[in-house]
Design a protein around this ligand. Structure first.
Ligand code: IPE
Ligand code: IPE
Ligand code: MG
Length: 246
């Protein structure tokens, strides 16, 4: 991606995989004296726009944190609002994936979701599986520790049935047991709304990701803000534990 800076054009390196912790919907609504649900609706419109923006900037994988395993602790009415929004979102997403060739995946424990929502997810992921545009992943009832627990259980079951032995356990095989199997690790993790924490998002996968925190609340996040995050990423010297020669 080429960016004009004063009188020079700078070539920006675009991260292949960007993961976003979309936070601040509630505070966005509060600032406007609106109910939290209005913040969540505005936030879901931002997700749709950011998918198009990410693809137009050259990002190949976009992963968003939509609902965490901890978010069930919210009031019943807020959880119900979020689930209804997700229902609508999944329907729109199917149409959009047909139009823009987006491949949609869901990570997290979907078994706890209502049957109709699970059905929409299944249809959406199956229908879009062959698409070659943006790989868009929604983390839904996702928690990094829960993902590891589920991965360990699958691996132990495979060990008991002789499909895997101790000597085959490596970082690569563990990655294959995670919900993100087959996906590259995120190069850049963005969190909006000013909180400086990961809140159980992709702990294994983000071990070497660059982290970008912004005070912008999620419903206000746009292409300009995404470019700022990419510019920040470009200033980083990713050494992965090694040394980059001068
Ligand atoms: C993020 O916004 C959306 C979800 C966690 C589902 P919040 O609802 O956490 O908004 P704040 O943090 O209260 O502002
Ligand atoms: C993280 O935001 C989860 C999602 C964005 C889905 P939260 O608002 O739930 O996180 P905490 O409570 O501030 O850690
Ligand atoms: Mg929050």
């Amino acid at each position: 991606m080429a960016r004009k800076k004063k009188d020079e054009t700078v070539e920006l390196k675009v991260p292949e995989h960007v993961a976003i912790i979309m936070d601040g919907n509630g505070r966005w609504a509060k600032k406007r004296f609106l109910p939290r649900s209005a913040g969540h609706s505005a936030g879901s419109r931002t997700v749709e726009q950011i998918c198009d923006d990410a693809w137009s900037l050259g990002i190949k994988y976009l992963t968003v944190y939509a609902f965490s395993t901890e978010n069930w602790k919210r009031s019943d009415s807020e959880v119900a609002t979020l689930m209804d929004l997700l229902r609508k979102y999944m329907k729109n997403c199917l149409e959009r994936s047909r139009k823009n060739n987006m491949k949609v995946c869901v990570i997290g424990d979907v078994t706890r979701l209502d049957e109709d929502l699970r059905h929409s997810i299944e249809e959406l992921t199956r229908e879009s599986a062959g698409n070659t545009g943006l790989c868009f992943t929604v983390a839904l009832n996702y928690g990094g520790r829960d993902e590891l627990v589920r991965a360990f259980k699958k691996m132990m079951a495979d060990a008991q049935s002789g499909r895997i032995s101790e000597s085959e356990v490596s970082e690569e095989t563990i990655s294959q047991y995670l919900d993100t199997a087959g996906m590259p690790d995120p190069d850049l993790v963005i969190r909006t709304s000013g909180e400086i924490r990961l809140s159980n998002f992709l702990p294994w996968q983000s071990a070497y990701s660059e982290l970008y925190f912004t005070d912008v609340l999620w419903p206000d996040f746009d292409k300009k803000e995404l470019i700022k995050a990419i510019e920040y990423y470009n200033k980083k010297d990713r050494r992965f534990g090694g040394r980059n020669e001068e």
